[in-house]
Design a protein around this ligand. Structure first.
Ligand code: HEM
Length: 78
């Protein structure tokens, strides 16, 4: 992922943006960690941040992204 990083740890390309892209590998979900909440963020983006809305993607594609980013959760905790 360009901004959130290959490992979903937020260490992607976007090092100069504020706030930084989220780290999906910790257990913190700033906008809510329930699947529906992640779907809403992916669909509508986060105004005032570099997080764009992905509403151009189909609902199925966005749900696939929900499970993709959720799969990183907790992976960063050793
Ligand atoms: C399809 C690609 C993407 C997906 C699935 C995705 C997913 C997410 C999710 C689920 C969140 C909320 C995390 C939370 O609640 O803690 C988020 C936040 C964010 N994303 Fe993305 N994102 C994508 C692409 C991008 C891109 C291209 C950028 C470019 C910089 C970006 C920058 C951010 C930022 C800045 C935030 C807000 C962080 C904050 O408020 O602390 N994302 N993203």
């Amino acid at each position: 992922m360009l901004c959130h990083g290959e490992h979903g740890d937020g260490k992607g390309m976007a090092k100069q943006v504020s706030p930084l892209p989220s780290d999906f590998t910790d257990l913190e979900w700033k906008y809510g960690g329930r699947l529906e909440e992640i779907f809403r963020i992916i669909s509508s983006g986060v105004p005032g941040t570099m997080m764009p809305p992905w509403g151009l993607l189909s609902e199925t594609e966005r749900w696939a992204l929900v499970y993709y980013v959720k799969a990183f959760s907790g992976k960063g905790i050793r």
